[in-house]
Design a protein around this ligand. Structure first.
Ligand SMILES: NC(=O)c1ccc[n+]([C@@H]2O[C@H](COP(=O)([O-])OP(=O)(O)OC[C@H]3O[C@@H](n4cnc5c(N)ncnc54)[C@H](OP(=O)(O)O)[C@@H]3O)[C@@H](O)[C@H]2O)c1
Length: 217
């Protein structure tokens, strides 16, 4: 299993990369600039104390992976997807992006498709299995590798098998996934991020999260 994280040079990607690498999964950091990706990969390997993560330009990273995750600002969502689309056929695509209002990150500003996830699925077509995940887990929590993260990871997407693949990958990171059903629920999951940002600001914390209660397991 090889996972590439496009835009993994920013805030959200590195914690995901290090947690997967620690679990024995091959991870590639993607960037618009190969050197930047390689530099961030080297920094993360230094934190891990092992050479586990590689860096590549986004298209090469997408081509080399079995599963591709996207962690870019929503303003770059469509352009980044289009720049790697030819390399995604048949793959699971994890969309982490949240369409926040650029003037107010406490507010969601959904695209016409309803959510970033549904936009990605519409852009990529049915051969790519788009799954929403990690929108409600903060970058700072993900980067604290020895720290248990006290929240659920809500997963949704139209392909049940792809949801299961991502649920397994979330478990391998030491987090708790919840199957939240079809892609139309991504609007709710992405909206929760805006709510959590507001809670973080009001309570002067960095990592509020969500926990679904009453479920078996
Ligand atoms: N940060 C969080 O706590 C958090 C939590 C949940 C969800 N999210 C969501 O995850 C996504 C990534 O968040 P982040 O905080 O990691 O973002 P970020 O640090 O601002 O950006 C991530 C990477 O995206 C690329 N990028 C930035 N501007 C771009 C542009 N105009 N065109 C193409 N690529 C661009 C850059 O990579 P290169 O320069 O290397 O190409 C950058 O390092 C966002 O949609 C955010 O809403 C974030």
């Amino acid at each position: 299993m090889i996972i590439s994280i496009l835009g993994g040079t920013g805030d959200q990607g590195p914690g995901m990369a290090m947690r997967w690498a620690k679990a024995g999964i091959d991870v590639i950091i993607g960037s618009r600039q190969q050197e930047k990706a390689q530099g961030v990969a080297a920094e993360l390997n230094q934190v891990l104390g092992q050479d586990l993560i590689k860096g590549m330009a986004n298209p090469e990273a997408a081509a080399a992976a079995d599963v591709v995750a996207l962690t870019v600002p929503f303003s770059a969502h469509q352009a980044t997807i289009e720049s790697v689309q030819e390399h995604l056929g048949g793959k699971v695509f994890i969309d982490v992006c949240v369409p926040l209002d650029p003037d107010n990150p406490r507010k969601m500003q959904p695209p016409a498709a309803g959510s970033a996830t549904e936009e990605a699925q519409a852009l990529l077509g049915d051969t790519v299995k788009v799954v929403a995940a990690f929108q409600n887990v903060s970058a700072s929590e993900l980067r604290e590798l020895e720290h248990d993260i006290d929240c659920d990871v809500l997963i949704c997407g139209n392909d049940r098998g792809a949801r299961q693949t991502v649920m397994d990958l979330v478990k391998q990171m030491g987090l708790h996934p919840v199957d939240a059903g079809l892609a139309y629920n991504a609007n709710v999951i992405e909206s929760l991020t805006a709510l959590l940002i507001g809670l973080n600001i009001r309570n002067k914390v960095k990592g509020s999260g969500v926990r679904i209660t009453g479920l078996p397991g």
